[in-house]
Structures are given as C-alpha cells and as structure tokens.
Design a binder for this molecule. Structure first.
Ligand code: ADP
Ligand code: MG
Length: 553
C-alpha cells in the first residue's frame, strides 16, 4: 500500500514544535549540529551491528555524511549511509520524544510566559525537531540496513506527520536522507560560504567524514575527515575544538567547565575524553537519569549504558575508547568484564583527582562546579564508602559563621575552638531558618562554626557516622553537646548555676509532661530562647526522624 498514513505527534512533540516555530531563539545554526550528530550516530550504530553481521555493509563499507545544497529549490539535504530506519522506527523515533529530561523541560516551559521559552530550547536542545526552526517542511527518506523497502516521513511541523512507502529508486541504498524545505528567511543555508564554516566549526570532529556538494550535481568535497578527536594528541587540539566536540558528541549547548583528555597506559590502555558541564542539565535528579559516558572499543561506538562512572558522577559527559576489550563483546556481557571494572575504577579516580586539582589551583572555578553538582557529588558520601575521604575533601559547605561563603572541611578543622573535638552540623530545608535556629545559640555564644546542611541527601550521608581527619560529625540537635567544655566567646554570659530553684522547676516540667519526653535538663546550649527539643544522645536526628515520618516509616 503506497498511500501515506497521516498521524498526530505525541502531545509533548506538538508542544515543542509549536514553541520552536514561535521561538525567538536566535541560534538557528544548531539544527546543523543536531542533524549531523544524528547522521553520525546512525553510522556508529551500523558500525556496531556490522561487527556481528558484516553483510550489512554490502559494497559500501565506509561511513559517510553527505550534505547537499540546492539554492534553486531552496533545499538542504543531509544524508548518511548509516543504520537507517524502518517505517515503524521512524514513527517511533520522529513522532515521540525519548530524550531524558523532556518532562522536566516541559515543566519549566509551562512555568514561562509565551516567548520566554526560546533560551530554554537553547539549553535543552530538541534534536531532530530543530529542523523546523529553519524549514517549513521536512522529508525523511530512509532504508534500514539489510532491508528491501524504504519509507518516507513528511511533516510541516504543525501537529501531524505522514508516513508511508517510498519509491525504492528515490531512497538511499542504505541509511537516511533528511530533506529540509527551507523557509524564505533561511535561504542562506543553501550557500556554501555560509554553511561550510558552520559545519566545520560545529561538527568538524564527529568520527565520520563529511562531504559537501554545493549544488545537487556538484562533485562532493570533503570538509571533515572523520578522525576521532580523542585519538589526537592534546597539543594539536584547541579549546574551541574541544567545545565543539562536546556540543556535538554530548548534545550540549554550554561550554565545558572542565575538560579531561588523557591516555591511560599500563595494564589497560584506553583514551578518555570527558567534560564537566557548565550548566545543570534538566534531568539531573530524574531517578531514571543514567550516566553519560560512552564506551568505544578501538574507535567503534559500543554503548552509552556501560555505567563507566558511579551515579554521583552522572553529570560528567564524554567517552572512553578501550584498546583491550574485544570488539565483539556483547553489550550484556560488558558489565561483567574485568577490563571494564578496571576502566571504571581508573576513570572515576581520575575525575575526582582532576576536581581536586582544580579546587587547589582555581578555587572560584571549582566553586561553580560545586554549586551546580555538589548536591549530586554528596550522594557519593553515602554510596561510595571507598572514596568518602576524597569526597569529603571536595565537599564545600555554607556554615553559621561563613557569611554565605563556601567552606571546606579543612577550613573548618583549622578553626576549631579550644576543647572542640567534633564537627557540628544542623540539617534543615532552609538556610536562613537554620542559621537562626535556637539550637545554634550555645554554639554562637562560643563562636563555634556549624555546617548548615540543606540538601535532601545531607540527612543521609551525615548520619552514617563518618569522620573527617579524626573528628566525628555531630548534629547540634543530638543529645547534650560538649558545650560545657568549650569556653564562651568574649562578652557572653555564663549560664545560671543549676540552682535548687532550677532543679525544682525541672521536676515540675517532668511531672507535667510525663511520658511525652524522656528527660528534661538544664542546658548550656541556649542563650536567648527558654527551651528547645533535642533527640536523645544515641537516638535519631530530628531531621532524619521527619524524613522517615514523611516516607511513612
Ligand atoms: P537523540 O539523537 O537525542 O536520540 P533526536 O531528536 O536527535 O534525539 O533523534 C531522535 C531519534 O531519531 C534518534 O534517537 C534516532 O533513533 C532517530 N534518528 C534521527 N536521525 C536519524 C538518522 N539520520 N538515522 C537513523 N536514525 C535517526
Ligand atoms: Mg540527536
């Protein structure tokens, strides 16, 4: 049946398309990067499938992306000889959004007024649909590797698309051709002097060669050689090269805050190219969010699911290219491989040591990373016992005496008061409320610094009873603190002696409250407030109690 079938986009896609068409987002060039990156992905997928099924390559084994300009017809075409899509795959991939973070993105968009979504699109990236920023109609002709038939997907980006059989003579022999019917004001994208530098700059380092034809019948000219950036030596690579690669390869729109590029040699050989983003991705706290490190084996892309880094480093993007893993290792078997385990360990340690280095060499730059990702890194304090020491060293805190500045535990330990043996902390959801809590009065009177912990994860790692350089962490709400031993700051009044009068009053309160409290005591910790509730010395922290109560425990 050759008659095409008209279908509606999934609701989220329709919303995104509407946004894009009405967006004032100015950087329309990104559609080039998105479509080239999809074409490169398709070639890499084929390269992987061909390991097990070499026949898929037929007589055209070299991957290639071809960009054709047609000024007369006002069209731009991006074609690859990669894996291709069946009609069912096109309907699935181009009619729905599988991108992680879409939900969080949509929620942010919904909270904005009309027209304000443009910059957000720039931060999120909408992949294939960015084509509709410059085109009022897009045709996708595709033939899945190894299949006879071909499909045609067509849409004007206004809510529906049509899908049906394509004339096999028209379709690529293998792979996908995306034809953009450009809007009137996008005619520049049919001119070589405009398009070529943009592609070179944005996508010059994708691991697939790119050729350009400036007219449909012109000779193709190579504009990118497809050499994998990460295999080249650092000294040949500029910062712009790294940024462009990061954007194309990781689908990001910002500039890396930290770039790691090195080759591990010794028992295992592998290349690592990894980036810490400058901005927080939308889905950082999405429970489904997985790591973003890709695994290659001798330049062949194997999987994005190898979990090369622990969960608390899920904000790091990039890739590892192994020399030692067998090429034909199945994605399922990879997780069992001792080679992968060694890579995981090596790369994780290296990321943390690079962060340490940065913290020492450029504190401000490091603090930006901490502000974005500190709450994720702290998950490691809870999950990764073996690296807790390192992570505690990387952690930064706002404290009761820091005036909203970040402090390290080293800073804290250097400023301990006479007789102070513990690191004190208070857990809560709001920093101002914490800072003014009566629980802190006795600490303030002695000039003792208290860590103010306001991240969700804080209640968890801190009760695991870790210590830092031999100093235990102690909650200010927990039991009688050792305040009596620590001298008051100048000008503070010592508390009234526990007189007969006070003792009588305590007996009265105990009798009145009965079983509701386990004890009533005169305390060193209060200076202004008359009374506060504390948890027993070995009982649960009050914030923890609330968390568990909230979880129905
Ligand atoms: P992403 O690349 O992040 O998955 P996109 O919106 O860019 O998101 O693309 C959506 C999906 O469409 C891809 O995951 C892929 O399955 C499919 N796709 C897009 N372009 C191509 C192509 N040139 N060849 C094969 N599949 C493609
Ligand atoms: Mg894409």
């Amino acid at each position: 049946d050759a008659s095409p079938d008209t279908r509606s986009f999934e609701a989220d896609v329709a919303k995104l398309l509407h946004l894009m068409v009405h967006s004032v987002y100015s950087d329309k060039d990104v559609f080039l990067r998105e479509l080239v990156s999809n074409a490169a992905d398709a070639c890499e997928k084929l390269r992987y499938e061909a390991i097990a099924a070499p026949a898929l390559l037929g007589d055209d084994p070299q991957p290639r992306i071809t960009i054709t300009l047609d000024p007369d017809a006002r069209q731009l075409t991006i074609e690859d000889n990669g894996i291709g899509m069946t009609q069912a795959e096109m309907a699935e991939a181009l009619g729905t959004i599988a991108r992680s973070g879409t939900k969080a993105f949509m929620e942010q968009i919904a909270a904005k007024k009309d027209g304000e979504g443009g910059q957000l699109i720039g931060q999120f990236g909408v992949g294939f649909y960015s084509a509709f920023m410059v085109a009022d109609k897009v045709d996708v002709l595709s033939r899945r590797a190894g299949e006879e038939g071909a499909g045609l997907w067509t849409s004007d980006g206004l809510g529906t698309y049509a899908i049906g059989d394509a004339d096999p003579a028209e379709a690529p022999a293998r792979g996908t051709r995306v034809i953009l019917h450009l809007k009137e004001d996008a005619a520049d994208y049919t001119r070589r002097f405009s398009v070529e530098p943009k592609i070179k700059a944005q996508s010059g380092h994708v691991p697939v060669p790119i050729v350009l034809k400036d007219k449909p019948d012109a000779e193709p000219a190579q504009i990118a050689d497809g050499a994998a950036l990460w295999t080249r030596s650092k000294s040949e690579i500029s910062e712009e090269d790294y940024t462009d690669f990061y954007r194309t390869n990781a689908g990001q729109f910002d500039t890396p805050a930290l770039t790691l590029h090195y080759r591990a040699e010794g028992v295992h050989e592998y290349n690592v190219l990894a980036f810490v983003p400058e901005m927080r991705p939308f889905d950082l706290f999405d429970p489904d969010r997985a790591g973003r490190m890709k695994l290659y084996v001798r330049r062949v892309f194997i999987t994005g699911e190898a979990q090369i880094l622990p969960r608390y480093l899920r904000f790091v993007r990039g890739l590892v290219d192994s020399q030692d893993l067998p090429l034909n290792v199945s994605r399922e078997m990879i997780q069992e491989s001792p080679v992968l385990a060694a890579i995981q360990k090596g790369v994780s340690n290296r990321v943390l040591s690079e962060l340490e280095k940065l913290a020492n060499s450029d504190g401000d730059k490091y603090l930006k990373i901490w502000e974005n990702f500190g709450s994720v890194l702290k998950e490691g304090l809870y999950e990764d016992y073996a690296r807790r020491e390192t992570l505690l060293g990387l952690a930064r805190f706002k404290t009761s005496t820091s005036n909203n500045e970040w402090r390290s535990l080293k800073d804290y330990a250097a400023d301990l008061k006479e007789n102070q043996t513990a690191i004190y902390y208070a857990v809560g959801s709001d920093i101002e409320r914490l800072a003014s809590s009566p629980q802190l009065e006795g600490f303030r009177a002695r000039g003792i610094e208290v860590l103010l912990l306001t991240d969700q994860i804080d209640g968890f790692w801190v009760t695991g009873a870790p210590d830092f350089e031999g100093k235990p962490f102690k909650s200010v709400t927990q039991g009688m603190s050792d305040l009596g031993l620590i001298p008051l700051a100048d000008g503070e009044q010592p508390p009234a002696e526990t007189s007969d009068e006070v003792a009588g009053f305590i007996d009265f309160v105990k009798a009145t409250l009965g079983d509701v409290v386990s004890d009533v005591r005169a305390s060193e910790r209060l200076t202004d407030s008359p009374v506060c509730l504390v948890a027993p010395e070995h009982g649960m922290d009050r914030q923890m109690e609330r968390l568990l109560a909230g979880a129905g425990q």
